[in-house]
Write a protein that binds this ligand. Structure first.
Ligand code: C2E
Ligand code: MG
Ligand code: MG
Ligand code: MG
Length: 291
């Protein structure tokens, strides 16, 4: 991609075989800025369920791209690409605008949700990030507590001192902060204790088979204890089956996000799911009702 960036989009100079995937990358990067303006992107919301209270008042916002020629493109295929091409800021900006205005609508309707947006390390190295977010919150009259930001462990370790400074500013605004994909990056416990975050999200890798893997259960339990003793809440990502839920409750996890409760949904469907869930969440937690 680095070479490709010097060349006008569409010029083929790669070996056969590499050709197609590089061509696809060039197309995606080329199309991305206009696609953001032309409504090819949309936001989906995945519930984060409080498994101790058996209630849901938060969600993670995730980006989706429906390309007119290439069809559906998953974020794993274009986020890293956008970071390398230097246009991740466009995506973050677009997401923040969408999510903050949607959250403001929900708050006006009396739905006091907290919605999380994912940040890239490049966002955190951008000195105007905090001001931009503060302005957006003011414009939409949304309380800062309605917004959460997720940052991966590896993004923090990339330039920990600068990132910690930026996170402290965001925290001072009243925004909630989470470490994402915890356990998969190169974490340093020395940094972990200084991080100005509220929440640790343990990676799906430790959660998805928890009911079959005693080591995963031990890791989730120990990580939850560590998080709690440092003053962070713990969210488990990627629960797909009911069988793991009781274990996560026993481990002391605070929240769970995963296909078991819901896949990421568009705003209207998410609000509908939420109303039903909060009206009666007992079936989700009752092992006898759900097979
Ligand atoms: P993430 O932030 O860790 O988001 C969680 C991912 O796990 C999402 O994938 C979600 O759909 C998926 N997931 C949740 N529960 C389950 C489950 O039970 N089973 C399985 N198999 N998957 C589950 P998604 O939406 O494809 O996003 C992938 C990654 O792309 C995200 O990981 C995040 O790192 C990045 N991403 C997505 N949207 C954005 C965005 O707006 N900005 C940035 N910078 N990154 C984003
Ligand atoms: Mg995330
Ligand atoms: Mg994650
Ligand atoms: Mg992830």
């Amino acid at each position: 991609l680095d070479n490709a960036r010097q060349m006008p989009a569409g010029i083929a100079f790669y070996q056969q075989g590499q050709d197609e995937s590089h061509q696809r990358e060039l197309t995606l990067i080329h199309d991305l800025p206009l696609a953001l303006q032309n409504g090819q992107f949309y936001v989906v919301y995945q519930p984060k369920v409080d498994i101790q209270q058996q209630h849901c008042h938060s969600a993670e916002a995730l980006i989706r791209w429906q390309h007119p020629q290439l069809g559906f493109i998953a974020p794993d295929q274009f986020i890293a690409l956008a970071e390398h091409a230097g246009c991740i800021g466009l995506i973050t900006d677009w997401m923040l605008r969408q999510v903050i205005s949607q959250a403001a609508v929900w708050w006006q309707q009396g739905l006091h949700l907290q919605i999380a947006v994912n940040l890239s390390v490049f966002d955190l190295l951008n000195p105007s990030l905090t001001d931009t977010i503060q302005q957006l919150l003011q414009q939409q009259q949304l309380p800062a507590a309605a917004l959460a930001l997720e940052v991966t462990e590896s993004a923090i370790m990339h330039d920990a001192d600068t990132v910690i400074q930026q996170l402290s500013q965001l925290r001072a605004l009243g925004i909630s902060l989470a470490i994402d994909d915890f356990g998969t990056g190169q974490s340093s416990l020395a940094y972990l204790k200084q991080l100005p975050v509220h929440e640790v999200k343990i990676d799906r890798a430790f959660v998805k088979d928890i009911e079959h893997n005693a080591n995963d259960a031990l890791i989730v339990r120990a990580t939850t204890q560590l998080a709690h003793s440092l003053g962070f809440s713990l969210t488990a990502e990627g629960l797909e089956h009911q069988a793991g839920l009781a274990l996560l409750q026993q481990c002391g996890c605070d929240k769970v996000q995963g296909y078991y409760f819901a896949k990421p949904l568009q705003a209207a469907q998410f609000a509908q799911w939420l109303n039903q869930f909060n009206a009666d969440s007992r079936p989700w937690f009752n092992t006898e009702t759900i097979a």
